[in-house]
Design a protein around this ligand. Structure first.
Ligand SMILES: [Zn+2]
Length: 280
């Protein structure tokens, strides 16, 4: 458990860091409104894209400084988000769970990923089975990192050098394994982590976009301005503290309740994850 001194030190560190990540991360893009916290309607997604486009133009920051990313490889990213990106001539990075590709209902196929790559989008790794990397043995880590990388490279014929960490969990052992597996960039779920070089890797945080974020809020987040940021920073810190205090499984139950994630669906996913977990 985190001590009061550690909490106050972490809080002070957080207060000092006022810059925010230029990366936005989406999970599911739905045709209509969604009750799922990480489900964004296509209409809302397009408003976000226009906002990113405006900011890139106004700040002359260019498309390389503001990024749209996706995690998991849900099929709605192909069905709904892909055409919206094409309509606005914008590129994105798709971090996919390689072991789910073409196998798990509701997730993209290799043909769909190949089409994204052909149209100039990047396809990178989100691990092999979405297992939290901090819980993996040395051998499991190797499978999660190397197998996902080589499978994506073999199927898509493009270099994979970036990974987004499942559940945003990491430690120095995970970073070392990422570097040894040939990754150059590692993406976390911490929006307060501005891109930096750590242990020979470039590490960057990202904003996890939720359905209650309108285009104006996205504008504030990317500009690093506004009272909303203080609120979000406090919420993020509370979430991180909850993970440390309650542990991963209790936190996951809490998250499921708060995110309106269907319990039976999630339980099936966890059971399936265990069944598909690579052999140690
Ligand atoms: Zn994920």
């Amino acid at each position: 458990m985190m001590t009061a001194i550690e909490l106050s030190r972490a809080s002070a560190k957080l207060q000092r860091n006022c810059r925010t990540s230029p990366y936005l991360t989406y999970h599911e893009i739905t045709e209509g409104e969604s009750k799922y916290l990480y489900g964004i309607s296509r209409r809302q997604f397009k408003e976000h894209l226009r906002c990113v486009q405006r900011l890139a133009t106004v700040n002359c920051s260019g498309p390389n400084l503001l990024h749209i990313t996706f995690d998991d490889g849900h099929v709605s990213q192909y069905d709904q988000a892909f055409s919206a990106l094409q309509e606005l001539s914008m590129k994105a990075t798709f971090f996919v769970t390689a072991g789910w590709t073409g196998k798990r209902p509701g997730y993209m196929t290799w043909e769909q990923l190949a089409e994204l790559a052909r149209c100039g989008h990047e396809v990178q790794s989100h691990g092999w089975s979405h297992t939290l990397l901090t819980r993996c043995s040395v051998k499991e880590l190797q499978i999660e990192l190397s197998r996902s990388k080589s499978d994506l490279e073999d199927h898509l014929g493009a270099k994979v050098n970036a990974i987004s960490l499942p559940g945003g969990r990491w430690n120095t052992r995970v970073l070392e394994a990422c570097r040894e597996s040939g990754y150059e960039q590692v993406f976390t779920s911490d929006p307060w982590m501005v891109s930096e070089d750590v242990m020979g890797l470039q590490i960057a945080g990202r904003w996890m976009v939720t359905r209650n974020m309108n285009a104006q809020r996205i504008h504030f987040l990317l500009e690093g301005k506004g009272a909303t940021l203080y609120l979000l920073r406090a919420r993020h810190f509370a979430k991180e503290t909850a993970k440390l205090v309650f542990g991963d499984s209790a936190y996951r139950s809490l998250w499921r309740m708060l995110a309106n994630k269907d319990k039976s669906q999630e339980d099936a996913r966890i059971a399936s994850d265990s069944a598909r977990r690579p052999q140690a």
